[in-house]
Write a protein that binds this ligand. Sequence first.
Ligand code: GLC
Length: 600
Amino acid sequence: MKNSYFKYVVCCFLLIGFSCKNEMKTSKEAQIEQKVDALLKLMTLEEKIGQMSQIRHFEEDADVHITTKFIGSVIHTQGPNPGKTALGWQKRFTELQHKALSTRLGIPLLFAVDAVHGQNTFEGATIFPHNIGLGATQNAELVKQIAAITALESQATGFNWVFAPCIAIPFNEKWGRVYEAFSESTELTEKLTKAAVNGYQGALSEATTVMATAKHFIGDGATDFGIEGGETSLNSEQIQERLLAPYKIAVKENIGAVMASFNTVTGISMHAHKALITDTLKVGMNFDGIVVSDWKGYSRFGKNDIINAGIDVVMAVDGDLEGFQEGVKAGIQDQTVKIARIDDAVKRILRQKFRLGLFENPFPDASLISEIGSKAHRDIARQAVRESLVLLKNEKNVLPLSKEIKKIVVVGEHANSSGLQSGGWTVNWQGTKENYKGASTILDGIKKQSKGEVVYDKDATQKHFDADVAIIVIGEIPYAEFFGDIGHESNQLKLTVTEAHQKYIKTYQEKGIKTVVVLVSGRPLVVTNQIEKSDAFIAAWLLGSEGEGVAEVLFGDFNFSGTLPHSWPKGVKDYQSKYGPNFWDQSKEPLFKFGYGLTY
Ligand code: GLC
């Protein structure tokens, strides 16, 4: 009797506690809505349009525009850095914030950055494997930790908004942004989206968390033939079934922003797609955050049509600011744009600024700077590297390698370059081929692990044919966006590895030396022949700053645990149709199915 009474009392307390917490949440939200409505009432049309305007910090009149045009958010993209040190970055953004706070209503700025695999615009930050590698880990807890570290290092460099995670479902490996997404699997993407959003945002108002952005809405990775910004000819059922689910998860986890996509869906630009942005996302899914345009979205995708479709913040860069502000004002005057639409956009912007606590704490926290690139952060990144590796072949158990092997030759430029191993969106928009601050290479890791002789043969010309094992690291050069589209006029990229890299393998394999091939790429490539020629073959994706993590698995300190986040193509002919060899197109039998991966 006593026991059940006790349980009853406990349940009552829990119920009271829960309803109080819920009450508190509701009352906090109610308070925010009251503040939003009260502030909106005070705003002039110019101030409202200003809040919808987003500019780069290094634009010529940025400082003046913040005060005279009431700018609502500032971004850092490829271009002059805000400063030389993290404190310098913080100081620059604090300077701009003071300008915003000095305006009539003193509405604080949002500062946004493409921190898509760590705060990758700041050299010295911890750089994690790109999302395709995180998809290979299938480890939601790890993804949440990585997002939280990225948020902290973004705040430490002055940002409170990140344009991440990309939650595309890539249909075709010819697309240049496959690596920015987690997987071809909707279910896996849902799982990791939830983890990432919670990691970036936390409770949203802490000094170490940021507003996240689910992107790019919708169909960015499902364009016909994998063309960035191309036509997505899926019907609404297919969009509902394959693409919308991760956005539903993101909205349920209170994602603060969604970025519109460059592609068209059945001929309509996504930026001007009212049915999907307003009717489906905002109304149907009850999304109350910000829909932000992508690059120069106003002038490129229909001007006031994108505002009427539901875009709230306009990335008014590259000379778009004047056109946007004057154009939308003209729309209000001739009533082709309703003031109610402007008020909805501004309410969403103010709501997020209140949720972020920006009115109380508009400035970055300098005490976070010491944590940028810390050992603790790099340990997590190295764990992610280890768990992202997928073992596709291990003939005669050539792996794990013994640390006593007499002589190992390490081959390939990708073995000795933290830039090449990290891919696009690293230090620069298009990445770098050089070593960058704080990073370790795959070769560094091998030298650390092996007790024998380790020699480096960059282009397989040094004939180390007395080596016992050749570790041959091949892969793609860094690229971002359409520069990575296979078939785009900007590049010579192919679905196969380069002739030179094929030769690296042949040079040592034909001498009968055991060959362990590590592929550094942003996507599955057609390597059927190279796999046949190798004794062991590992997909390492784009692993970020902690190259040492690779050798920790090759030498057996850790086992392989990664599995393929994409089905792996058998041949180039798999790409003749609109989509690649993923399980969406049952007519194609991949070389390896989604989820494949060997272990020791
Ligand atoms: C780019 C990308 C988008 C990025 C934005 C700002 O064009 O499509 O992912 O967030 O511009 O750099």
